[in-house]
Design a protein around this ligand. Sequence first.
Ligand code: FE2
Length: 205
Amino acid sequence: MSSDEYILDTPVVREFVAGVRGAIAAADSPEEACDVIRPAFASLLADQEWLPQTYRRPVPDSGMGGGIGQWALYRSEDGSLSLFALVVPPAAETPVHDHLAWGLVGLYQGTQDEEIFVRSSGELELTERRALRAGDFYALFPPHDDIHRVRTTSADTSVSIHLLTNDTGCVWRHSFDPETGAEASFRSGYANAACDAETAPPEGH
Ligand SMILES: [Fe+2]
């Protein structure tokens, strides 16, 4: 009996997750899985009904700072898949950060500017800047394009939907100083789901 966590337990989310899990199980590669999942992900971004306002709210004192809310919608029991909404208030921006897992990321509400970096010899180099609007999405295949930051450019909060193959809010990942390239370990956490009570990043992380 699976004890996957459907925090937003609705037929839309269950059907989407079932499709994703089937696609991942049947695919020979992350790229192939993402290709199969794309149409369902596009539908999720186009459907303005399924995500309650609760998960479109900013969160003061969040792990990302700036009132940025990370709302868990679904997590697999084994930590190999998560679906969450990231809410970024107007003019707020995330730290430069990585994700450490492949998946799909798309904008559901509002507009964002995104800056993508590569890190070489310890320094960050800006490689791409792109403007995103609702409905835009991309597949993420780390380490390619895994380091970025986003800033909300709309008058209202932006909401992006993340489908990633880890428990992104709870894994130790990295934030980066854009000037020096220095990295720091962080866990962003979720506003509405707990992580294991691990107090320090793993050795050598
Ligand atoms: Fe991100």
